[in-house]
Design a protein around this ligand. Structure first.
Ligand code: SF4
Ligand code: MG
Length: 335
């Protein structure tokens, strides 16, 4: 399959104003030079703790916030080079679903009005066909036709997320960015919504960029996973490699925090020291060195580049992982 989306050298720096003159005194380096590809029909997840830059990346792709630097190539076209009005038309192809559907659904509109409005803005179907299209869309996501004149507050959290999905689908997008789309839901409802997303992907040939802090959630839905830490990509791997053979020490720590259902799989929980440092003055060298149990001297000064592991599909940014994969059983960790 071919790339649908290519993110090249993306940077998003937010200025911090200060002093009497309100000059820019510093920057929050929310995303600091990341590159990745999402192929057609794939589900790629971005995971990391809050503040790692994953949501900022999603917003930059849609130009909800124009990035500081980089390229967002969608179907061969750099979105950042488009005028605002051309970009507005493009939004038909790239949709986003947020964590809290309630915040993005107008409480005064009925569900039917909410989706009809989306259809109208992008001029997807003629006016007289809109109501039927709304009914079809809602049925596709599991909301019955008898509910279409209800307001958002009359639905449960899971149903509201289904409505958000129907609205995103209404304009026939190619890429849907799901930003913590199931994070606010109970575990059983999460599973239902994830299954729905999978079904819709098959049915409508969708590509997903799935943003989540929860590796347990992305495990169900991802083909490939990107791990971010403090504005950088630290590891990219297919799902199997990531879960069975994580290479970056940060990925290992994240995985160790997932509650294991299987007693035999019980892994040692890796508790990282300290908090995530500030993205205003991120640590020199490897950004993870202040918390990494395997940090070496060079880690504090030399930034590890993301590179492929020979003989594997994985990419890792870590000095330990230069020659090949790491055998962690031979290493002594310094917690
Ligand atoms: Fe740890 Fe060094 Fe690898 Fe960074 S480069 S993850 S500090 S071992
Ligand atoms: Mg976020």
């Amino acid at each position: 399959s071919k790339p649908l989306l290519e993110v090249n050298g993306l940077k998003q720096y937010f200025p911090i104003k200060g002093g009497m003159l309100g000059r820019t005194v510093n920057h929050v380096k929310a995303v600091d030079d990341i590159s990745f590809i999402v192929n057609e029909g794939e589900t790629v997840s971005i995971v990391g703790e809050s503040g790692c830059g994953k949501s900022t990346t999603g917003r930059a792709i849609l130009r909800l916030e124009d990035p500081t630097e980089g390229e967002i190539v969608f179907e061969g076209e750099d979105l950042l080079a488009l005028s605002k009005s051309k970009m507005r038309k493009k939004r038909k192809d790239l949709q986003i679903i947020f964590q809290d559907p309630y915040a993005s659904l107008n409480p005064r509109q009925t569900v039917s009005q909410i989706i009809e409005e989306a259809l109208e803005i992008q001029n997807v179907v003629p006016r007289r066909e809109r109501r039927q299209k709304v009914i079809d869309l809602l049925e596709t996501v599991g909301i019955g036709a008898h509910q279409i004149d209800r307001h958002p507050h009359e639905f449960s959290g899971g149903q509201r997320q289904r409505i958000g999905i129907a609205r995103a689908l209404s304009v026939n997008p190619k890429l849907i960015i799901c930003d913590e789309a199931v994070s606010a839901l109970d575990v059983s409802i999460q599973a239902q919504v994830l299954n729905l997303l999978k079904d819709l992907q098959r049915k409508f040939k969708l590509t997903y960029l799935f943003i989540s802090h929860d590796l347990g959630v992305v495990r169900h839905i991802s083909d490939r996973i990107i791990v971010m830490y403090l504005g950088k990509i630290v590891e990219v791997a297919d799902k199997k490699s990531l879960f069975e053979n994580p290479q970056h020490p940060y990925t290992k720590a994240l995985l160790s925090a997932i509650p294991s259902t299987n007693i035999e799989q019980k892994k040692e929980r890796i508790i990282l020291k300290g908090d995530v440092p500030s993205p205003i003055n991120p640590p020199q060298g490897c950004r993870f060195h202040t918390r990494c149990p395997y940090a070496m001297e060079r880690c504090a000064s030399e930034e590890p580049k993301l590179h492929s592991i020979p003989g594997a599909t994985q990419q890792v940014a870590c000095h330990l992982v230069e020659e090949g994969s790491v055998d962690y059983s031979k290493l002594t960790a310094n917690y």
